[in-house]
Design a protein around this ligand. Structure first.
Ligand SMILES: [Ca+2]
Length: 197
């Protein structure tokens, strides 16, 4: 019986493990982002291969950005029950490199980096807040040119923790518990969950 209760009150946060090798995972790209393999179109910017050597990566093809206000962008909706670690790899090498941003709900920039970086894949790590929102990666070029501004992304990982909610009947008392990261935590009685029985 207890197992059944646990089963009914089990929720998962969004999980992302995306290497772009076969598809966009659950991301939706705009026309300026493309999955690419091998040497990027710009000789003087961008990676020569994906992060692990023989797969695909997400490429912001700077040559397509005729207007410097245009942005490469891909996004997906996420649901996180607790603050969650997001890791990703970026490649930003070139004299016309613009800005790479991680944006929540289209306006909330939670990570940003501008300008030429080392000519290699570099890992970034941020904590995303709990909640339901759109998660977007956005890239552009500098205003000074579009011949050396390819920005690439690869190996995105968002490991949402499983979150188990349960209600136990203990004699005449009703208690609600959360199991979070392996620890049992007692919480206040919540009539909403009780009414789901
Ligand atoms: Ca890849």
């Amino acid at each position: 019986m207890k197992n059944n209760l646990f089963h009914h009150f089990f929720d998962n946060s969004t999980q992302i493990s995306c290497n772009f090798d076969s598809d966009w995972c659950n991301f939706t790209p705009n026309v300026y982002f493309t999955r690419y393999t091998g040497v990027s179109p710009s000789i003087t910017s961008g990676p020569t291969e994906d992060r692990t050597g023989d797969g695909f990566y997400a490429l912001c093809n700077g040559k397509l950005l005729l207007d410097p206000n245009e942005k490469c962008l891909f996004y997906q909706n996420v649901s996180l029950l607790v603050d969650t670690d997001l890791k990703f790899w970026y490649h930003m090498s070139g004299v016309h490199i613009g800005t790479l941003e991680v944006i929540l709900n289209e306006t909330n920039v939670v990570w940003s980096l501008t300008g030429k970086q080392k000519n290699e894949w570099i890992q970034a790590e941020i904590i995303l807040p709990a909640g339901d929102y759109s998660l977007a990666f956005s890239a552009n070029r500098s205003i000074y040119g579009r011949s050396s501004c390819d920005i690439a992304l690869d190996d995105l990982n968002l490991k949402g923790q499983p979150y188990i909610k349960g209600i136990f009947y203990i004699d005449t008392m009703i208690c609600q518990y959360y199991i979070y990261l392996g620890k049992l935590v007692k919480n206040q009685v919540n009539r909403h969950y009780f009414n789901q029985f």
